[in-house]
Write a protein that binds this ligand. Structure first.
Ligand code: NAG
Ligand code: NAG
Ligand code: NAG
Length: 511
């Protein structure tokens, strides 16, 4: 009886903060703009075998089609209805993806765009991904249906009807974000329509939601919607499981409202994480990796069990949203791999790995004029994610999650799950190391000179395969081998000109 009570209390407290990943899977990947058919295959052929916990997908509901510029990625952030019908696929394909991914223990998280509909200047017609009629001027979205009563036009107090001062809470939440028609989330009717959409997805089998533009919604309105959500589908989840909720709140400080206001409904995207780590690894502003010793709350971040962390996301990898120039992306691959490696080794937060597509980046006056370009496509139809002989992706897909260094650190995090942060070492500069109990150890040399040091790893004696420079294959190592002596010490030599100036070893990479 006592045991049962204890369990249910833990269950309740954990609730929407738990990612609902399968036991031992500790990170998710954002497969930005992928088709559902490709995600289903990727779950089976790659994500499950390599221990990925789940996938954040692009918004699955019907959106406006924008032809000028031509089919930008951001058209998916302009909903027309809640029909599952986009360039990524239709409802049958969506169901097939969710079923197949769940069947191999990989969860699906939906990017839910519920703050707004399309832009006020979008005109009218049937130019949407499913052909539903809309009239933006009259606020008519009959496929939901929403009408003029369902928007915040009367509530917004700015002169223009748009957000003029982002730091002002009422404007940020009641006015139009870059012209997007702002839904009246205070109305029970609107809340119910949104909850119906999300419940439809929950019943199909999704494990949770990223709530887009959460900063532009009142925490109380989000709570009212989340309270209406079903428990997860018992075909794949324990009875009583709540959807994982992580809210997009960009808080780099200075607003009249704070991230903590959103802790009641779920986790929050910690934007300071990638911004600061990018600054440190780029060695800007006098930052050094040695300062990462108290990474996490010591850096003014939100509590670890409320944080969803990432190095870059689909916005700030192209200069949108927050973070600025310090954000590391696949364009700076060498530094990026170190940042992702650090994130996955460090216990703070629940991590999301980014998986991108290439676009012809082109800077004019410091701004990428091609920041709008949508996914690889043929006449608007998203291209298949093809897989090359060497396991990388073709057709313009970057697939950072398939890079050996990143994929192996996803496994590292699973192997060290639950272990404490231990054996920190630094040289006062950019050579640092830390362990995770007796299960894993990682060493970085981001200085401009080589390092050679004997460090306490906390690991049992043995020869270990470095999972950054290689893989353990059939008991042999294709990369650097590290020998840990009986007292737990090991010698690490890392040249500052190494392809990847870091080394990671863990219990399962022991030879
Ligand atoms: C849960 O998923 C199964 C399998 O797809 C489906 O048959 C069932 O109807 C779903 N449950 C709910 C409550 O929708
Ligand atoms: C670490 O950096 C310091 C300078 O801060 C340098 O003197 C030292 O040699 C470096 N340590 C190693 C092991 O390279
Ligand atoms: C591993 O390496 C050893 C020594 O080089 C070699 O004899 C053995 O065949 C290798 N094993 C496999 C499975 O490749």
């Amino acid at each position: 009886m006592k045991y049962f009570l204890l369990l249910s209390v833990i269950g309740l407290c954990w609730a929407q903060y738990s990612p609902n990943t399968q036991q031992g899977r500790t990170s998710i990947v954002h497969l930005f703009e992928w088709r559902w058919a490709d995600i289903a295959k990727e779950c089976e052929r790659y994500l499950a075998p390599h221990g990925f916990g789940g996938v954040q997908i692009s918004p699955p509901n019907e959106n406006i089609v924008i032809n000028s510029p031509y089919r930008p990625w951001w058209e998916r952030y302009q909903p027309i209805s809640y029909k599952i019908c986009t360039r990524s696929g239709n409802e049958d394909e969506f169901r097939d993806m969710v079923t197949r991914c769940n069947n191999v223990g990989v969860r699906i998280y939906v990017d839910a765009v519920i703050n707004h509909m399309c832009g006020e200047g979008a005109g009218s017609g049937t130019g949407s991904t499913c052909g539903s009629y809309f009239n933006a001027q009259n606020r008519e979205f009959p496929a939901v249906p929403y009408s003029g009563w369902d928007f915040n036009d009367g509530k917004c107090k700015s002169g223009s009807g748009g957000i003029e001062n982002y730091r002002d809470a009422a404007q940020a939440k009641d006015c139009r974000l870059v012209g997007l028609l702002d839904l009246a989330l205070g109305k029970d009717y609107v809340r119910s329509k949104i909850a119906d959409y999300m419940n439809h997805l929950i019943d199909i089998g999704v494990a949770g939601f990223r709530l887009d533009a959460s900063k532009h919604m009142w925490p109380g309105d989000i709570k009212a919607i989340v309270d209406k959500l079903h428990n997860l589908n018992i075909s794949w989840f324990p009875e009583g499981s709540r959807p994982f909720i992580y809210q997009e709140v960009i808080d780099l400080g200075g607003d009249e409202f704070t991230t903590s206001e959103y802790f009641g409904t779920g986790r929050v995207t910690e934007f300071k994480y990638g911004t600061k780590l990018g600054t440190v690894i780029r060695k800007w502003n006098g930052e050094k990796m040695a300062y990462l010793k108290n990474w996490g709350k010591g850096w003014g971040f939100i509590p670890s069990d409320r944080a969803l962390v990432f190095i870059d996301n689909h916005d700030n990898q192209r200069g949108h949203g927050a973070g600025g120039a310090s954000i590391l992306t696949f364009w700076d691959a060498r530094l990026y791999k170190m940042a992702v490696g650090f994130m996955l080794a460090h216990p703070y937060g629940f991590p999301r790995v980014m998986s991108s597509y290439h676009w012809p980046r082109y800077f004019e006056n410091g701004k990428d004029v091609n920041d709008w370009i949508g996914p690889p496509n043929n006449n608007g139809i998203i291209k298949e994610v093809t897989i090359n002989e060497d396991t990388t992706c073709g057709n313009g897909w970057v697939c950072e999650h398939r890079w050996r260094q990143i994929r192996n650190m996803v496994i590292f995090r699973n192997v060290v799950d639950g272990q404490p942060f231990t054996n920190w070492w630094d040289n006062g500069s950019n050579q640092v190391a830390f362990g995770r109990g007796n299960r894993g150890f990682i060493v970085f040399n981001n200085d401009d000179w080589s390092m050679s040091s004997t460090l306490q790893t906390g690991l049992p004696a043995g020869t270990y395969c470095d999972v950054i420079s290689g893989d353990k294959v059939h008991g042999n190592c294709t990369g650097i081998e590290i020998s840990v002596s009986d007292d737990g010490n090991a010698q690490f030599s890392i040249s500052n000109s190494a392809e990847d100036p870091f080394i990671a070893i863990h219990a399962e990479s022991r030879l």
